[in-house]
Ligand binder design. Structure first.
Ligand code: AMP
Length: 644
């Protein structure tokens, strides 16, 4: 996601921000005609841990965010986290939560759940307001002006009391909460799913660290009628979000588990390591807190590594010469977590049943939450719904981005840039030497698909970086980088032999899927991108104008890159042939070949060679070395005993 830049337009004079007030982390975002962006803190961090530490004596706030989280182990009874689990709940409703919360939860007015630190008692909205105020400060620093209005997200299953508590939190933080939006709806809005289909049915699968929910929504786009600042009615527990402009959502069904998430996987890995350590070094071995903490960190890091790689090494020095060491493969992890993944899948089936829908009725599946990075989770979700889920937007950020989209709709900001029927700017990939190969050209109608074959430039190359670019210019440096991924595990082959097929697919929602497959080994990799976030119509026009202004020099630059690539390949081939049959050809011819190679090398190394002269020298070299190539082929055949 590109960094947010302060807005210039008058529409932002009194900006409306979108806030994801999360159980674990919170974020603030805003959206202009270029699309939604996260507002980072002064250190560039986007996540604000939803953690507050109070002073036991005075009840003052001592730390908010990362600092409070880091020191939580030292101040277990002063550090309040996961307060979202208490929002709008009665003291008796949260019994099940208490096992997870080391701070004190007491009974307040009307039997509500309250937090007590020392002598002070805080309502959950008061604690949440401290987090919201911090985000508000962040936004104000960014805009350089007061921020008074916000859209805040809540889980789809929040009831009226929980929604009201969230509104109260906003009010205490000095924010007018223009709308409470369901988190799954926000995720769908971040992908503009409200705009493409007249009546879209979307499944949102949200698997985080500690909670899981899956919702089925029906989204409709309603023209903006609300004037900026006008307050739309609150959303009811059933989710029916009506009134005002923007999107109307209806939560058809929701299911989940408030204690199911990535933490469970960490626990399974910890148990595995502990069991093996005891087997190896004695059953009586104790695990002091520091070792347990190290195990936890290692377990999570291992889990995350296995989302990217097929295997990972685990090493723990237990002191006294005891070293626990093993390699764990993705297959092992998948076998271990399969029942856990199936619990989420059962929920998906259940939610479909209660919405009275089949998988075929779902137009799109959106993934939210860090644990949806686990390949087995993605695979199973794709299988159940029969379509590839959306993962393009950062799983941490997608809800806040969607809240910002809702805010922009309320502010009357035109985000039609994001909603085009054509590709506004060409899409392609980087090729050798910094040139761009365009796969989809500007103004193609969406949905569209393009496929092209590439290969390697180096012998024995086992991985290929695919760099996805957008723009009209010919060189990478003049285009906009949209993302990159690596195709790994290509079997070593001579340069040019691997057949790498790259496919670009832009679907009806404008989401770009890029995949690469090496045809011999069937290795594949891919990435999903939202290409139009971060660009305004004016910027697109500017980019087009620049491409016209630079057309000639760009073509020359691209041609020079191609010539250099070709020249290097040809020179390498000639050098190999010379090494093989150099002795068998006459000295005069050898000198002639050397001279033509030297001439081409001169062009390759020159800063700004004349392209026509370069091309001429390359053709001459190629023609002049036909005899050498033939001699080399003959020698090879002779060596292999194929000719007389
Ligand atoms: P969230 O609550 O959405 O921030 O999700 C946090 C959870 O996602 C934690 O359990 C993380 O360990 C997990 N997580 C984050 N990145 C990955 C990844 N690449 N692979 C697997 N789990 C991940």
């Amino acid at each position: 996601m590109s960094q947010a830049t302060p807005p210039a337009s008058a529409a932002q004079a009194d900006p409306i921000v979108g806030i994801d007030l999360g159980t674990t982390n919170s974020l603030v975002a805003w959206c202009d005609e270029r699309g939604p962006r996260i507002i980072p803190d002064a250190l560039g961090r986007s996540l604000l841990p939803s953690v507050v530490r109070f002073n036991r004596g005075t009840g003052d706030v001592e730390a908010v965010g990362q600092e409070a989280r880091t020191e939580a182990v030292r101040f277990p009874r002063e550090t309040v986290f996961s307060v979202k689990r208490l929002m709008g709940r009665g003291r008796d409703d949260v019994d099940a939560e208490l096992a997870y919360l080391p701070y004190e939860v007491v009974r307040g007015e009307n039997d509500t759940a309250r937090v007590r630190v020392g002598e002070r008692v805080f309502s959950p909205p008061e604690v949440s307001a401290i987090i919201l105020a911090k985000l508000r400060e962040r936004a104000e620093a960014h805009f350089g002006r007061p921020v008074r209005r916000a859209v805040i997200t809540v889980p789809a299953y929040f009831d009226d009391a929980q929604r009201q508590a969230t509104r109260d939190a906003g009010r205490i933080a000095g924010l007018e909460v223009l709308r409470i939006v369901n988190e799954p709806t926000a995720a769908a809005l971040a992908y503009n799913l409200d705009q493409r289909h007249a009546d879209a049915t979307v499944a949102v699968f949200d698997l985080g660290g500690g909670t899981f929910d899956v919702s089925i929504l029906r989204l409709q786009h309603a023209p903006t009628e609300t004037k900026p600042g006008e307050v739309a009615p609150a959303t009811g527990a059933s989710g029916g979000n009506s009134g005002g402009g923007g999107s109307i959502d209806q939560v058809l069904a929701t299911a989940g588990d408030t204690h199911l998430g990535g933490d469970d996987v960490d626990q399974m890995l910890i148990a595995l390591f502990q069991g093996e350590i005891q087997k190896q070094f004695g059953a009586g071995l104790a695990f002091p807190p520091a070792t347990l903490q190290a195990l936890r960190t290692l377990a999570e890091a291992t889990k995350i590594r296995l989302s990217e790689n097929e295997s990972g090494a685990v090493e723990i020095d237990l002191g006294g010469g005891r070293l626990y060491k093993r390699t764990i493969t993705r297959g092992e992890l998948e076998a271990m977590i399969a029942p856990w993944v199936e619990r989420t899948i059962d929920c998906c089936r259940r939610v479909l049943r209660s919405a009275k829908l089949g998988p075929g009725d779902i137009q799109r599946v959106v993934m939210v939450g860090g644990s949806t990075r686990i390949p087995l989770v993605r695979r199973r979700v794709a299988e159940v719904f029969g379509s590839e889920p959306y993962t393009a937007l950062n799983h941490d950020e997608v809800v806040a981005l969607g809240a910002a989209v809702q805010a922009s709709i309320l502010a009357g900001i035109n985000r039609d840039m994001l909603l085009l029927d054509v590709i506004p700017l060409s899409l392609g990939i980087e090729t050798m030497g910094g040139a761009v190969a365009k796969l989809i050209v500007a103004n193609s109608t969406i949905p569209c698909r393009a496929r092209e074959n590439f290969s390697t430039y180096v012998d024995g190359q086992t991985s290929v970086m695919i760099h996805v670019l957008q723009g009209e210019r010919e060189l990478v440096k003049d285009c906009r980088s949209l993302g990159r991924f690596e195709l790994k595990g290509v079997p070593p082959m001579p340069a040019g032999l691997p057949k790498i097929e790259v496919t670009f697919l832009v679907d009806a929602n404008g989401i770009l899927n890029v995949s690469a497959i090496e045809k011999r080994s069937e290795k594949s990799a891919g990435i999903q991108i939202v290409p139009n976030h971060g660009l305004s119509r004016d910027e697109v026009r500017q980019i087009e104008a620049q491409s016209l202004a630079h057309a000639r020099e760009d073509m020359t630059a691209h041609r020079l890159i191609d010539l250099r690539n070709q020249a290097r390949l040809d020179i390498r081939a000639i050098e190999r042939q010379l090494a093989k049959v150099g002795d068998a050809i006459d000295a005069e011819y050898r000198d002639q070949v050397a001279a033509s190679v030297a001439k081409v090398k001169g062009f390759v190394d020159a800063a700004a060679p004349d392209a026509d002269a370069f091309a001429k020298a390359l053709t001459e070299m190629d023609h002049g070395t036909v005899r050498l190539a033939e001699t080399a082929i003959r020698k090879t055949l002779q060596d292999e005993g194929l000719t007389g």
